[in-house]
Unconditional design. Structure first.
Length: 300
């Protein structure tokens, strides 16, 4: 968990530096697209700090108030983060449309190109660091930060391409269109980026509503339960799997034949150990509950 906090702090400091650079540069050069990049990074600072506070809160155990753990807080926080990003993208989209309709605005394309190049490289570097660490630290908060930085990378890259096109237009008969490039970049980038937070909000809503887990978790659990049912000749089994942040909640009910083999408490524990052992490929924390009954009504 300490490593998770360190990565979140790294993301906060990176976002703060990126935001200050973009806001100052955007104001000096009177560029909406650079200013949008800066405001996005500035909001990212606040969102990253919320993630850091959340990680610290989740690390403190409190079974009296959170008997099932605090992992369910994570999807709520991530949902809020992507909601804020969605609002920002919508605001930028309408702002870009307004500027475009009012005749555009003049910007220093050469200076903007230098900024976009620096921003693209730095944002992608931070994304790579978080992405690499996230493979060994299964944290939804780190994953959300990584996606946040990837969005910022594509935003800066789009700015880079836009300024290159703007400079190119200056050497053609369409140089009069240069003032429209800045708001046009804002419209294209913010409109395209809307799908990223909206898609991720859908995933987090599934977790908040305690809906069934993704197939990559569910399929393995189903395979394990089917093997156990066949091995011990149970009548049938019922499996429920849901994901909440970094924890996977697994409930399994086996219906045992009244006339058949009745597992003792020790044998039931051995079956639980066998199931847990077979679930090692799943890197998430696991809350496993395995019950046995002769009456099907207690399993449905």
């Amino acid at each position: 968990m300490n490593t998770e906090k360190q990565l979140l702090k790294f993301s906060v400091y990176g976002a703060l530096l990126s935001a200050l650079l973009a806001v100052v540069w955007g104001i000096v050069e009177n560029s909406k697209i650079i200013l949008f990049d800066g405001i996005y990074s500035l909001i990212s600072v606040g969102l990253s700090m919320i993630s850091l506070i959340t990680a610290s809160f989740m690390a403190r155990q409190d079974f009296d108030h959170f008997p099932y753990g605090k992992e369910m807080i994570e999807p709520i926080i991530i949902l809020g983060k992507f909601l804020v990003i969605t609002i920002l993208c919508l605001f930028a989209l309408f702002s870009g449309i307004s500027t475009l309709l009012s005749g555009g605005q003049e910007v220093n394309a050469g200076s903007g190109l230098i900024y976009a190049f620096i921003a693209t490289l730095s944002c992608y570097a931070v994304h790579l660091v978080l992405k690499k660490k996230q493979k060994t630290i299964p944290s939804g908060l780190i994953d959300a930060e990584s996606k946040q930085w990837l969005m910022d990378t594509f935003l800066s890259l789009a700015v880079l391409v836009g300024f290159l096109l703007s400079i190119g237009l200056g050497y053609t008969k369409y140089s009069h269109l240069m003032p429209y490039m800045d708001p046009l970049m804002v419209i294209v980038v913010s409109g395209y980026f809307l799908k990223v937070p909206i898609t991720n909000m859908g995933l987090q809503i599934r977790e908040v509503l305690d809906m069934k887990a993704d197939d990559k978790y569910l399929d393995l659990c189903q395979e394990i339960v089917a093997d156990i049912e066949k091995e011990y000749q149970f009548i049938e089994s019922f499996l429920r799997v849901s994901k909440s942040g970094p924890k996977l909640f697994i409930e399994i009910d086996f219906v045992v034949s009244p006339e058949g083999w009745q597992p003792t408490l020790a044998e039931q524990d051995n079956i639980r150990e066998e199931i847990m052992s077979k679930m090692k490929p799943i890197s998430l924390k696991k809350w496993l509950n395995v019950a046995f009954t002769n009456d099907r009504k207690w399993a449905v």
